[in-house]
Structure formats: structure tokens, C-alpha cells
Design a protein around this ligand. Structure first.
Ligand SMILES: Nc1ncnc2c1ncn2[C@@H]1O[C@H](COP(=O)(O)OP(=O)(O)O)[C@@H](O)[C@H]1O
Ligand SMILES: [Mg+2]
Length: 406
């Protein structure tokens, strides 16, 4: 660098990790400074991307990866706030991640945004290219007012294209001066580079969402079959048994035993049907909740089962069904394999989790690798972002433990 010249402000700031927002001083000799600055900016960009890539490769939770991207964007542009939003339709987006400097009001993840035409996000959606808003002070209407309320003075946004489609946008806000003239271009370059990571994360999120939908659809189908059995075949068998009884009363002693045999057969069929319907989806679970349904399971078990379910309020249907089916599978296994003397079923709730533990004092040695039942419930629990653990040392009983966010 030419001696006696102050180094470009940006180059100096880039070394301290905070890119500056003012353009370089133009002059004959600052080419070197500008080159160095560009190099520093690129290096910083590479470092930021490596941090994002490491997180994606580590199979971290989607929300965590997106939160890091938002923070890296804010750092990259020395912004006061940064946000990742997914477009949901015309003028509609969902907040996927948000980072706000201390003292600024954060925007909650998951919030639905109705995009104002004047917003940077709406303009990116309309044009597919980066956009900027330099002065919210001058904006009329709700959007300008909302931005001023959040403490924002200026914003930029850039599109995120995943597989050639406009997936969403990344936006940065400033509580002070507007962004430098090249800022949205830099944001655009950064958005392009993180799009790949977001593509991976998005695929994982979609997979998770679709697994939850599959479990919910299966539960709904089970509930419907149970209702149809109850309102249809079961009611007809009850009616048939009544008619047979009336018939038996009118018949003489010679024919009555034959009809009684038919009545018994009808009752047996009814009982089988009830058991079948119960296994598909017990009505008591829908109507009275987990504790009552566990009581029903305990009553049917061939070994004594102690149930302790301390639930002040009902869980969401998917979580309730998942924990119920864990208990149903575990108790079936106890009856089939454990040679146990007794079983304890405990349901507890703490810090946003609901947990069920089914512990028997049988022979142990259970493993999800050897059958299909435990693997099935593990998939169901996994789809709800929960966890299933099986402790089953040989000779020391089996404990199946499942927890789901509630
Ligand atoms: N409570 C238990 N006590 C002893 N062994 C068990 C218990 N639960 C399961 N097992 C063993 O683990 C295997 C896997 O269980 P599971 O996945 O439910 O298979 P399955 O579909 O055959 O019931 C069973 O085949 C059985 O050998
Ligand atoms: Mg089983």
C-alpha cells in the first residue's frame, strides 16, 4: 500500500469482522486497499458459509441452522436485524428465523407476514431480484408504521432460490443509516450461497412435516374405522342378540338351547369386534384422554399393571395417540415375552415434554432390531420430534420410555 495513506476504512473493519457500510475512498492508490478489502470480505463470507455448512452437515435441527444463517447475515452486513422468510403465496410469508440486536423487538419465528407492497420482501417476491428501502420515515401506511415501531429505519432483502424456485428471502434491517449502495448485492451473493444449505434443510423440514401428516392421517383413518365398527357392525350384533333373546322366550324348551347357543355366539362375535375396534383406536382415548385409556389397557393386561398418569390437562391428539400406542405395544410385549410379575406405567410432564415409561420386572433382553412393533412406535415418536429409549438388560426387566414435545 502507498505509504502515508490511511488504509481503507472497510479493509480495517473487515479485519475486525465487522464490514463497514460506507464506500471506499476513491483515489489513485486505493486499488490495493479495495482489493484487500474485497479479499477480506470474501474470506469473511467463506468463514460464515463454512459455519453454516458445518451446521447443515452435522444434521442440526432445521430451526437452528436457519437461526445461524440469520445471525451470519446480520454480522456480514453489520445489520441490526436479519430475517429469513419463506414465501407462502401472493403477499404472504412465514418467518423462519430472526436475529435482532439487543434492545430491538424480535419477530417471532413462525409468525405469518402479510407483505405490504412497499416492503423489501414484497418487492423481492414481485421481481425476484434484491430490493432496498432506504427510509421508513417517509413510508406512509401500516408497513412504514410497523417498521418504525420495531425500530427499523432501512432494509434490504434478497431472494433465496431453491431448485430454481423462489423459496423465500433473506432480509436485513438497519436501525440507523441506510445500507451502503452495494449492500443488497452482497446480501444477494450471500443468499445464493446459503440457498444450497437451505435447500437441504428445507427438504428435511418437508420430510418431517410430511411424516407428521402421515401419522395424523393414519390416526384419523383409525378413528373413522373404530367409529364405523361401533355404529355399524357392533350395533347390528347388539340388535341381533336382542331379537334372539325375544325369540328364545317365545320358543318351547326343546328349541331354546339352540337359540341360546346362537345368542352366546353373537356375544362372542361382539366381544371380538370390540377388541378389534379397541386395538385400532380406542374410543375412550378420544373421549376421555390418555389416563382413562391407559386404565383400559391395564384392565386387559394378564399381569397386574400400576398406572400413574398425572395429567392436569389433555395433550394434543397426535401426542396422546403416540404415547397410548407406546403403552399398548409395550404391554403386549410384556404379555408375550417378559414373563413378568408386574408392570408400572408412569406418565409425567415437565418443561414442555410429556413422557411415558413402561417398566416390567421380567426377563429383559428386548431389542427393536428383532421385531417390528418397537420400530413402528419409534418411527411414530420420531415423526413428532420425540425420542424413544429401551433399557432391557438380560434378567433385569424392561423399561420402554418415550417422550414427545407437548
Ligand atoms: N418386555 C419385554 N421383555 C422381554 N423381551 C421383549 C420385551 N419386549 C420385546 N422383547 C423382545 O424384543 C423383540 C422386539 O420387540 P417388538 O419390536 O415389539 O417385536 P414384535 O413385533 O415381535 O412384538 C421381541 O421379539 C422380543 O424378543
Ligand atoms: Mg411387539
Amino acid at each position: 500500500m502507498a505509504s502515508g495513506r490511511a488504509p481503507c476504512e472497510r479493509a480495517v473493519r473487515a479485519r475486525t469482522d465487522a464490514p463497514c457500510q460506507t464506500p471506499c475512498v476513491q483515489g489513485d492508490d486505493d486499488r490495493y486497499a479495495r482489493l484487500e478489502h474485497r479479499l477480506q470480505a470474501q474470506l469473511e463470507e467463506q468463514r460464515a458459509l463454512r459455519r453454516v455448512a458445518t451446521l447443515v452437515a452435522g444434521q442440526h435441527e432445521a430451526a437452528e441452522v436457519l437461526a445461524v444463517v440469520a445471525e451470519e447475515v446480520a454480522r456480514h452486513l453489520a445489520a441490526d436485524a436479519a430475517m429469513l422468510a419463506r414465501y407462502e403465496g401472493p403477499a404472504a410469508a412465514t418467518v423462519m428465523a430472526d436475529w435482532s440486536a439487543p434492545g430491538l423487538e424480535p419477530v417471532p419465528v413462525g409468525a405469518a407476514l402479510a407483505l405490504d407492497d412497499a416492503s423489501a420482501l414484497a418487492r423481492v417476491q414481485a421481481t425476484g431480484v434484491p430490493a432496498r428501502v432506504d427510509a421508513y420515515e417517509e413510508l406512509q401506511g401500516d408497513h412504514g408504521e410497523e417498521m418504525r415501531r420495531l425500530g427499523m429505519r432501512a432494509a434490504i432483502a434478497a431472494p433465496i432460490l431453491v431448485d430454481g424456485h423462489l423459496w423465500g428471502a433473506v432480509a436485513a434491517g438497519s436501525a440507523g443509516t441506510p445500507f451502503s449502495p452495494d449492500a443488497e448485492e452482497r446480501l444477494g451473493a450471500f443468499a445464493e450461497l446459503v440457498a444450497q444449505a437451505i435447500g437441504n434443510v428445507d427438504a428435511r423440514m418437508k420430510l418431517r412435516e410430511s411424516r407428521v401428516r402421515i401419522v395424523q392421517a393414519a390416526d384419523e383413518a383409525r378413528r373413522r374405522i373404530e367409529r364405523d365398527l361401533h355404529d355399524g357392525a357392533q350395533q347390528r350384533l347388539v340388535g341381533l342378540a336382542l331379537h334372539l333373546r325375544l325369540l328364545a322366550m317365545r320358543l318351547g324348551p326343546a328349541d331354546a338351547p339352540q337359540v341360546q347357543a346362537l345368542i352366546d355366539e353373537t356375544h362372542a362375535a361382539l366381544q371380538d369386534l370390540r377388541e378389534l375396534a379397541h386395538g385400532i383406536h380406542p374410543a375412550v382415548l378420544t373421549e376421555h384422554g390418555l389416563a382413562a385409556a391407559l386404565g383400559g389397557l391395564a384392565a386387559r393386561a394378564p399381569v397386574p399393571v400400576l398406572v400413574e398418569a398425572d395429567l392436569a390437562e389433555r395433550l394434543p391428539p397426535a401426542q396422546e395417540a403416540a404415547l397410548y400406542f407406546v403403552a399398548a405395544e409395550a404391554l403386549t410385549n410384556v404379555a408375550k415375552y417378559a414373563r413378568a410379575g408386574s408392570v408400572e406405567v408412569r406418565v409425567t410432564r415437565d418443561d414442555g415434554w410429556a413422557e411415558i415409561a413402561i417398566a416390567d420386572d421380567g426377563v429383559g433382553g428386548a431389542s427393536a432390531e428383532r421385531g417390528s412393533g418397537l420400530r413402528g412406535i419409534a418411527d411414530r415418536i420420531d415423526a413428532l420430534d420425540g425420542a424413544l429409549r429401551i433399557e432391557s438388560p438380560p434378567g433385569a426387566g424392561t423399561t420402554v420410555r418415550a417422550r414427545v414435545p407437548a
